[in-house]
Write a protein that binds this ligand. Structure first.
Ligand code: FAD
Ligand code: UQ1
Length: 416
């Protein structure tokens, strides 16, 4: 058991970046990070791994190598939060008290909310995979390789998820894989989402819809996967008025997701189970010494690493002000970005904020499929993530947007 000035919950994209920033500011031994896992994954690479464009090992680094060396890594899991008394309890039974806390525990998969899903994922020849886990992402490629003919199903659950574009990237990469290998004519691709819309931003949703239809994909909204009947190779979907069974040869599932249970049962969250913070300042609405960042927060924007980058400086500036009893100087605009990889060489670089209207960095129309944006996603982003973001030096591309703007390369932003 110990006490620290700043406690960071989670060593993922957000926790690692914030720990780096505050370790530089506060000095050695002032920041403690609680993170139970041995490896840190660059999750945005999973879609490329599922298509065979990167190896799983490219996305993985030892946790020890990415956490700041001047911080204390507690390799344990927080099991209960006591924000009234500024302390937490861990699985191993220790108690950590803090002056300030940043919660960055991410979002969790709930495979058990689809009957038969866990068994289907674990069985090597079931044809069922998900890019959402390092455990199952390589199976996506294997399924495409072994596929001969029949229905190919893709799903999106009826819950919020991280990277709302990733389920569609799986479809478009799958489509192009099958075309390349002369199997597309033998395949019937169907995309079912439990949501009422394809994508949170209507502007990009329309582009994505057109791309999917253009590729010959059947698109269904309001249809959530509830069961996988492994024996009969059928998926069971529920919509408002009916239940239906669709056969599959292979299937890519995006599982239901939610906040980690330790948080959901704490006093830190709203009724949705996500940490209840002010949507501009990222400060907890009740506990002023607590902030949340990333997927675990109830910020009404799409959960991405790009959003985390946009939130980093806001949390840094505002928590630094709280430490000095000053007014909070910085407001988050809801910035998020989703590189919608549409195959093996192109990408729609969606960027938007709380208004859901486009807020694009580059002086080109990013809603078009572009190979430059694909290279950004495949080559530039991983470099940026490992070398700048995790070390606390990347606060999102806003500075470049402003630079292009000042350079006279003005384009209309927040288009309808
Ligand atoms: P995470 O990075 O998930 O980290 C959370 C950490 O908290 C984990 O390490 C976990 O072990 C730890 N934790 C959980 N519970 C506890 C506890 N009780 N105690 C201590 N620690 C705990 N984003 C993009 O910007 N662009 C993309 O193209 C993109 N594509 C994606 C594709 C896929 C397939 C996936 C899965 C994600 C993608 N993302 C993308 C989303 C991005 O990876 C996440 O939004 C980002 O990692 C969020 O960071 P985070 O720190 O909030 O959560
Ligand atoms: C981004 O900043 C970021 O964080 C490192 C990502 O995570 C991998 C992204 O995918 C994207 C798209 C951004 C936004 C950056 C630019 C240059 C559009």
């Amino acid at each position: 058991s110990h006490s620290c000035k700043l406690l960071v919950v989670g060593g993922g994209a957000a926790g690692c970046s914030m720990a780096a920033k505050f370790t530089s500011k506060l000095g050695k031994g002032q920041v403690s990070i609680v993170e139970p896992t041995d490896d840190h994954y660059y999750q945005p690479m999973f879609t490329l791994i599922g298509g065979g464009m990167k190896k799983l090992s490219d996305s993985r680094r030892p946790m020890k190598s990415v956490l700041p060396s001047g911080a204390t890594w507690v390799k344990d899991k927080i099991v209960s939060f006591d924000p009234e008394n500024n302390r937490v309890r861990t699985q191993a039974g220790s108690e950590i008290s803090y002056e300030y806390m940043i919660v960055a525990s991410g979002i969790q998969m709930y495979y058990d909310r689809v009957k038969g899903l866990q068994e289907a994922l674990d069985q090597p020849d079931s044809g069922v995979s998900t890019n959402y886990s390092p455990q199952y992402v390589e199976k996506t490629l294997r399924n495409l390789q072994h596929f001969q003919s029949g229905p190919v199903l893709y799903t999106f659950p009826a819950t919020p998820i991280k990277c709302g574009g990733a389920p569609m990237k799986a479809v478009l990469i799958g489509d192009e894989y099958l075309r390349k290998h002369k199997k597309r004519d033998a395949a019937k691709l169907t995309y079912c989402t439990g949501m009422g819309v394809l994508f949170p931003s209507p502007f990009y949703a329309e582009k994505i819809h057109d791309i999917l239809i253009g590729r010959g994909v059947d698109v269904h909204k309001g249809k959530a996967l509830v069961e996988i009947d492994l024996a009969n190779k059928e998926a069971v979907f529920k919509s408002e008025d009916k239940t239906e069974r669709l056969p599959y040869a292979i299937m890519h599932v995006t599982p239901p997701m939610g906040p980690v249970p330790e948080l959901a049962t704490s006093r830190l969250v709203d009724q949705s189970g996500y940490v209840n913070v002010d949507k501009a300042t990222l400060q907890h609405v009740k506990y002023s010494n607590v902030f949340a960042i990333g997927d675990c927060s109830n910020l009404p924007t799409s959960k991405t690493a790009a959003a985390v980058a946009g939130q980093c400086k806001v949390v840094y500036d505002n928590l630094s002000a709280v430490m000095k009893n000053r007014a909070l100087p910085h407001e988050y605009n809801g910035y998020t970005s989703c590189p919608l990889v549409t195959g093996y060489s192109k990408c729609v670089m969606a960027e938007f904020d709380y208004t859901l209207k486009p807020l694009e960095t580059f002086p080109v129309d990013q809603s078009k499929e572009r190979s430059l944006m694909f290279q950004m996603k495949k080559q530039v982003m991983p470099f940026l993530y490992w070398n700048l973001m995790l070390r606390g030096y990347w606060n999102g591309p806003g500075v470049f947007r402003q630079m292009f703007h000042l350079g006279g390369l003005v384009k209309q932003q927040n288009r309808e």
